[in-house]
Structures are given as structure tokens and as C-alpha cells.
Design a protein around this ligand. Sequence first.
Ligand code: SAM
Length: 248
Amino acid sequence: MFDDVAPKYDVVNDVLSLGQTRRWRKVVVEAMGVSAGQHVLDLAAGTGTSSEPYADAGINVIACDFSLGMLKVGKRRRPDIDFIAGDATRLPFADNTFDASTISFGLRNVNEPKKALAEMLRVTKPGGRLVIAEFSQPVVPLWRTMYTEYLMRALPAIAVKASSNPDAYVYLAESIRAWPDQDHLAAWLQEAGWESVTYRNLSGGIVAVHRAQKPADPSTGAAAGAAALAAHTGPVAKLRRNITRPGR
Ligand SMILES: C[S@@+](CC[C@H](N)C(=O)[O-])C[C@H]1O[C@@H](n2cnc3c(N)ncnc32)[C@H](O)[C@@H]1O
């Protein structure tokens, strides 16, 4: 599916997000807090739009994705970025390779997202950071209703005009509705062994940016993740107490 939408992917994205993607991406880069010379994994990087700010800042970014169509469009546009074909659930990198890892609007598309979280933990250095940008649940009920109307009615109609593969955008709307909310995703991160999990809502919760850290001693993180899983027999609320939320 991503091979089909690759040529017009970025333009259609800008139209459908009403120009908000640029602002969202800026927040992600700031949350990463990386500097020139460091090594960053941008997973599910697609055409590399999410990787560009790192390359522009002199950061060694690897844009990894399993769609050759997306990677080809990206490489043509930005030959200076390293594009690598790889599956998020079986990453082709050694343990503790990257100073920080990120995934923008990709985790929801991965068939086994929990495996991807575990793989990102494996390839990130101890103490390294993870930042996830993903569509989420608007927090104010009226805003949520308006947004759901937009997703299910307006978005597919716009996509018919703007995209060569409108079905992909019906899938987009459905996958956003089926995706776990902010707290639930935060709980997945903890279960995977990430610690210091926080998130920030953007555009009223249309998008959430989750941030976490790999334990400095990874065996501590694995133990904490296992404990969180064991405690997680009821509602997600049990884990919420451990989650701090700057700037909701
Ligand atoms: C919506 S695009 C996001 C691209 C880019 N990160 C951005 O912000 O524009 C989602 C990407 O996830 C990729 N993807 C989905 N499942 C994947 C997997 N298991 N491994 C690697 N990439 C995957 C798709 O190929 C697609 O390029």
C-alpha cells in the first residue's frame, strides 16, 4: 500500500493535516534533544520527511522503512540521507547502536507494534531516548466528535481528489480510530521496558508525542517492564500514576 502512495505521499499529508504536520514534526525534533554527531534511528521513515531535520542539523540519521517505493522516493529527494530497508519487528541493527530512536506516524502501521517497541529498545543505547509521534484521541469530547466526522467523512472525500489511492486514506481513518489512546500507548512503552514515559498532546490530542528513556542499566528496565506487565491485569489506570504529562 505504501509503495502505491509514495509519489504523492508528502503533498497529500500536508493537505489532509491542514498544514499541521510541519508544526508536529518540529515538536518531535525538540523532544529528541539530539545534537550534531549523534546517531539517530528514524524508523518507518517513509520518504524521509521525518528524517530531514536531523540530517540538516548534522546528525547521523538512518531512515529505515520496509517499503522500497517510499525509500526510492526519499533517496531521490535526499541522496545525502542513509535510507535502509528493514522491518520494524526485526531491525537490521546491532544492540545499543543509536543515541536516540524515533518513529513518526508509523507505529500504528506496524503489524506488531509491541515488537517494534522492543526492537527500538534493543538498538538504542542505555540511557538513550525514544520519541513517538502518532495520531491519538482528542481529549475534549466536542473536538473528538468533530474530528471523528472529519476522519470518517471529509478525509476520504478529499483523498479521492488528492491521492492516486483513496482506499489508503480510508485505511488511515480506520486505523486511527482503532489505535490505543495516549495512556494505553504509554502503558505499552512501560511494558516494553522503556522508563520515564511522558506524553504531550498536540492539536488537542489529534496527535500525541510520547517520550521515554532506555534504562541506563537495561536489566533494570526489563525487570520494570515485567513488573508492569504483571501488575497490568486490570484497566490501564493502574499504570497511569507512573506517567507524567508535561504541557497537555
Ligand atoms: C505514514 S508513513 C510515515 C512516514 C514518515 N515517518 C513520516 O513521518 O512522514 C508510515 C510508514 O511506515 C512504514 N511501515 C509500516 N510497517 C512497517 C514495518 N513493519 N517496518 C518498517 N516500516 C514499516 C510504511 O512503509 C510507511 O512508509
